[in-house]
Design a protein around this ligand. Structure first.
Ligand code: FES
Ligand code: FES
Length: 150
């Protein structure tokens, strides 16, 4: 039995220490907003925050999380930055199929938390690990700028 902190609450989970955090979040904690894409840290669909930093949960063994605070897409709107990002995403109608977008929002919120006014280079660098097969990159960049100026 492991205890992890997710979105401000403790959860006890029956999981081997080498189970990927993504599996635990979706199948044991029941938070389905974080998506499985590639499973090998290449697409960013599974991005969550660990103590505020973006992390690919598909390759993070749950046993290595320890006491760190995990934040998922379900709770990112409870932070001021996360709320601005989500509002910008809606205002600019960023989403197409939506599959990659929880990961995109988590990476964008982590970027704006550490750099409130990123330039194009900083945005592209922070978002380069999040792949969108629908090609919403231009709207994502515009929404990050919208959220940064709010
Ligand atoms: S599912 Fe984790 S990076 Fe693709
Ligand atoms: S919105 Fe479809 S994969 Fe990004």
């Amino acid at each position: 039995m492991l205890t992890i902190r997710v979105n401000g609450r403790e959860h006890q989970v029956e999981a081997p220490g080498d189970m990927p955090l993504l599996w635990v979040l979706r199948d044991l904690v029941g938070l389905k907003g974080t998506k499985f894409g590639c499973g090998i840290a290449q697409c960013g669909a599974c991005t969550v925050h660990l103590d505020g930093r973006p992390l690919r949960s598909c390759v993070m063994p749950v046993g290595s999380v320890g006491k760190a605070e995990i934040t998922t897409i379900e709770a990112i709107g409870e932070t001021a930055v996360g709320q601005r990002v989500q509002q910008a995403w809606l205002a600019l109608e960023v989403v197409q199929c939506g599959y990659c977008q929880s990961g995109q929002i988590m990476s964008a919120a982590a970027l704006l938390a550490r750099n409130p006014a990123p330039d194009d280079l900083a945005i592209d660098s922070a978002m380069s690990g999040n792949i969108c097969r629908c090609g919403t990159y231009a709207r994502i960049r515009a929404a990050i700028k919208e959220a940064s100026s709010a």
